[in-house]
Design a binder for this molecule. Structure first.
Ligand code: S3P
Length: 178
């Protein structure tokens, strides 16, 4: 699985609200790695929120910023990278991430995701009259992409701390560390 790959980083992918950022921060702390959140970096560089990028420039413009950023990540070392939920739907993004990172996908049911994101206004794709329906349909179309991760981890029935622990175990196994 790791032939030709240099697993110096760890990337978390998965749908919105599966815990990527919280888990990622904890994993980074415990591994003494840096932490990078692609959404956060895109917002900082653009000088505006993801909501504003979507409404003023459109989703394709956001996806372009996302893909450009993925190309830069190859130079990172010892970094936990938390990615936006739609990033792996571009297969090139995932291919690029896999060159330098173990890719772990966090997974939850649509109902749990809805429970987690319902009061968070910063996700443009869920600004719709039927967010649960949107979550269900997006998850269905995205599942084949998420399944391309090296590791799939259910984050629904575990605390953030437990998920972080599982991620660390998987990273150590994949990189031959104890
Ligand atoms: C998106 C997920 C968001 C953010 C943007 C689009 C998506 O990131 O990148 O709103 O397409 O699923 P999170 O998964 O961190 O919420």
């Amino acid at each position: 699985m790791n032939a030709g790959r240099n697993l110096v980083n760890l990337a978390l992918i998965g749908f919105m609200g599966t815990g990527k950022s919280s888990v990622g921060r904890l994993v980074a702390d415990q591994l003494r790695f840096e932490f990078l959140d692609t959404d956060h970096l895109i917002e900082t560089r653009a000088g505006k929120s993801i909501n504003d990028i979507f409404s003023q420039n459109g989703e394709p413009a956001f996806r372009e910023l996302e893909s450009n950023l993925v190309q830069e990540l190859a130079s990172l070392r010892q970094t936990v990278i938390s990615t936006g939920g739609g990033l792996p739907t571009n297969p090139t993004n995932l291919e690029r991430l896999k060159q330098h990172a173990l890719v772990v996908c966090l997974w939850s049911s649509p109902e749990k995701i809805f429970e987690r994101v319902r009061d968070q206004p910063h996700r443009p794709l869920l600004k719709t009259p039927d967010p649960l329906g949107k979550i269900r349909s997006l998850l269905t179309t995205r599942a084949p992409f998420y399944r391309q991760a090296d590791i799939l981890l259910n984050s629904e029935f575990r605390s953030i701390r437990e998920v972080a622990q599982q991620v660390i175990i998987q990273f150590r196994l994949a990189t031959g560390q104890r």
